[in-house]
Design a binder for this molecule. Structure first.
Ligand code: SF4
Length: 324
């Protein structure tokens, strides 16, 4: 892979949220939501980011878009270091990067009809004349499987799946190259989820989009992703091509996640990979390997020594003392 193939490069990013106490808001500690994560997203691929809630996957997606400011590390978009851009440059770049949130209802203004919701980003970026914007809004609706008469309807008049289609159309309105899909189907009925996933795949093929797909559901991530990164307590613990990670998981946490998929055929004995206990607090992560408190195969040194991030096979990376 060359630099020209990479659209997004995330370099050792950290996001610590301060914990304040008392009347004077004294900072007493930090929640380490993202704690040193590095990966690339290639042009035209779907990169899945998976893990339990609180693992830092959503914060990672938002940090890439600069919706939260980083504590440390750098994010490059098409070779540009986002931290070096001024407000005008960042505003121009924002058009190329969009996000689809989990809850389509709260993503849409209930007092704005669909036509206005689709035209608004075009107006904000100074794209087209009013007549051209309206034509574009109609075309966007058709691309996501809705009809022109829907332009005059309001969000509450649609089902959850239709609302997510509108949110996707709105994200597409400014012709982005990169979309962060933040749990885009987890608020939808199971029967609707595959329709939205298929729509995202179709749009990706049609427009050459690049996705960061954030989700806790491994089956959903598998369906849409070319490569998958697994996060635990703010760190990436395993990263590989989709087939590799689902057929040959190496990290005990990845194995446990796969074993926990209901009805899934993870190819190994389920009871050996049951996850014990809850995720520790990211304000006070365990020393050594942060997974050692729940790991069924932890060794004594796992409590003290942080495992290295190593390539154990072609494009297969893992952070575990036992790997390889
Ligand atoms: Fe388990 Fe040790 Fe590997 Fe961490 S380093 S995942 S505790 S075996």
């Amino acid at each position: 892979m060359t630099n020209a193939d990479v659209l997004v490069r995330v370099e050792n990013i950290k996001k610590y949220f301060p914990i304040s106490k008392g009347a004077f808001g004294r900072v007493t500690g930090y929640v380490r939501a993202v704690d040193g994560v590095t990966f690339d997203i290639r042009k035209g691929e779907s990169f899945g980011l998976v893990g339990e809630s609180g693992c830092g996957k959503t914060t990672t997606g938002r940090a890439i878009l600069r919706l939260v400011e980083l504590t440390a590390g750098r994010v490059f978009f098409d070779g540009q270091d986002l931290a070096q851009l001024d407000d005008v440059e960042m505003r121009k770049l924002r058009r190329r990067m969009q996000i689809v949130f989990q809850d389509p209802y709260s993503s849409l203004n209930p007092r704005m009809n669909v036509g206005a919701a689709l035209v608004e980003p075009l107006t904000a970026h100074g794209i087209g004349t009013p007549a051209e914007r309206l034509e574009k809004a109609k075309a966007l609706l058709a691309q996501v499987g809705l009809r022109p008469f829907h332009l005059n309807r309001y969000p509450h008049e649609f089902s959850g799946g239709q609302r997510q289609r509108i949110v996707i159309a709105r994200a597409l309105s400014v012709d982005p190259e990169f979309i962060v899909c933040d749990e885009p189907v987890s608020a939808l009925d199971v029967s609707i989820q595959s329709q939205i996933l298929n729509l995202l795949k179709e749009l990706q093929a049609k427009f050459g989009l690049t996705y960061l797909f954030v989700a806790h559901n491994l089956a959903v991530v598998r369906y849409i992703s070319d490569r998958v990164g697994v996060m635990y307590l703010g760190k990436m613990v395993e990263l590989a091509d989709e087939r590799e990670i689902y057929n040959h998981p190496v990290h005990p946490y990845t194995k446990a996640l796969l074993a926990a998929v209901p009805g899934g055929d993870s190819g190994f004995e389920r009871d050996k990979h049951i996850l014990a206990g809850d995720v520790p607090s990211p304000a006070n992560p365990p020393p050594g390997c942060s997974f050692h408190t729940r790991c069924p195969v932890a060794r004594p040194d796992c409590k003290e020594v942080v495992p290295e991030w190593r390539e154990i096979g072609p494009r297969h990376y893992v952070a575990c003392h036992l790997a390889g």
